[in-house]
Design a protein around this ligand. Structure first.
Ligand code: SAM
Ligand code: ZN
Length: 281
């Protein structure tokens, strides 16, 4: 069942052998004490801290566990339930610390045959995700460290894939998705975090919708979510800020404005785009 990982060195399938995954050329990858495997080769890492840095993952974990974004994961469960097969193999691409991954799995595997994979470049993210899966006693959830640009999965592995706020690599995604498989893309909506941005910048721009037309995929459904949330203390505001791209490009002056806030009401807005794979490999 769990034989869809491929060896990042030679591209042959990996087979589980006790606490190790091995390919026929005997490249081997140990399962860590938290339960994940590392399928990221040294030359696929582009910085000292590949993916989100540990402090960003921990900020996101604190923020997400306040459940401001629960509305999104509930909607994702609803969407996924519409596209289940007899046995559904699901992948959360760039799953971070597994906030969506573990919840989706828990909600759906109660009544359906559902196998979940989560992958991210960030080791800290994958450690957090695996620990939470263990804490929740989830079965059939498999986490790995890897790069979206070189997914360590065999061709045609997944029925449904999710990409929530992460980079898009269309050829690679289409390769690992089964024919007619479903690709769910979550992007920030037009007004997402508008009020937070107003604290940081003089001229606030609305979010422009990013990719809509993707080679080999046809858009079949689009869902918008928008609501206001109240961030009740400065820590929550800082944590949310660290989750955004603005964290990298905001002046120290603007950060002072943020530090002075004790609460903030802001809009959260998401676009869920649902595609079917209609071409490619
Ligand atoms: C904005 S976060 C979103 C995480 C999660 N999907 C969520 O919505 O909470 C983006 C994630 O993409 C990961 N990431 C960025 N580039 C990546 C790549 N090339 N391969 C795998 N993961 C990547 C980061 O480590 C980070 O966890
Ligand atoms: Zn190999």
């Amino acid at each position: 069942m769990n034989e869809i990982y491929k060896c990042p060195v030679c591209n042959k399938g990996l087979h589980k052998d006790n606490n190790t995954y091995k390919c026929e050329l005997n490249h081997s990858y140990d399962i860590s004490k938290h339960g994940y495997i590392n399928l990221l080769l040294a030359n696929q890492i582009h910085s000292l801290f590949p993916g989100d840095r540990p402090e960003m993952i921990l900020a996101r974990k604190r923020f997400l566990h306040e459940n401001y974004y629960h509305v999104l994961r509930e909607k994702l469960v609803e969407v996924i339930k519409n596209y289940l097969s007899e046995v559904t193999v699901f992948c959360d691409l760039a799953c971070g610390e597994g906030y969506y991954t573990n919840y989706i799995h828990q909600e759906i595997s109660n009544n359906h045959s559902f196998i979940t994979y989560g992958i991210d470049l960030s080791k800290q993210g994958i450690i957090e995700a695996s620990k939470e899966a263990k804490r929740l006693k989830l079965n059939n959830v498999f986490y790995s460290i890897g790069n979206l640009m070189y997914l360590p999965f065999l061709d045609n592995s997944f029925d449904i894939m999710l990409n929530c706020f992460a980079p898009m690599v269309s050829d690679e995604f289409s390769r690992v998705l089964k024919e007619n498989g479903i690709y769910i893309r979550v992007l920030p909506g037009k007004n997402h975090l508008y009020e937070l941005k107003k604290v940081l910048y003089e001229n606030v721009l609305f979010n422009e919708p990013k990719e809509k037309d993707i080679t080999n995929f046809s858009l079949i459904e689009q869902i918008s979510i928008e609501k206001k949330v109240l961030l009740k203390n400065n820590q929550m505001i800082q944590d949310l800020f660290m989750m955004t791209p603005y964290y990298y490009k905001t002046s120290t002056e603007a950060i002072k404005n943020l530090n002075a806030l004790n609460e903030l009401e802001t809009t959260i807005a998401f676009e869920i785009l649902i595609y079917r794979k209609t071409g490619g490999k």
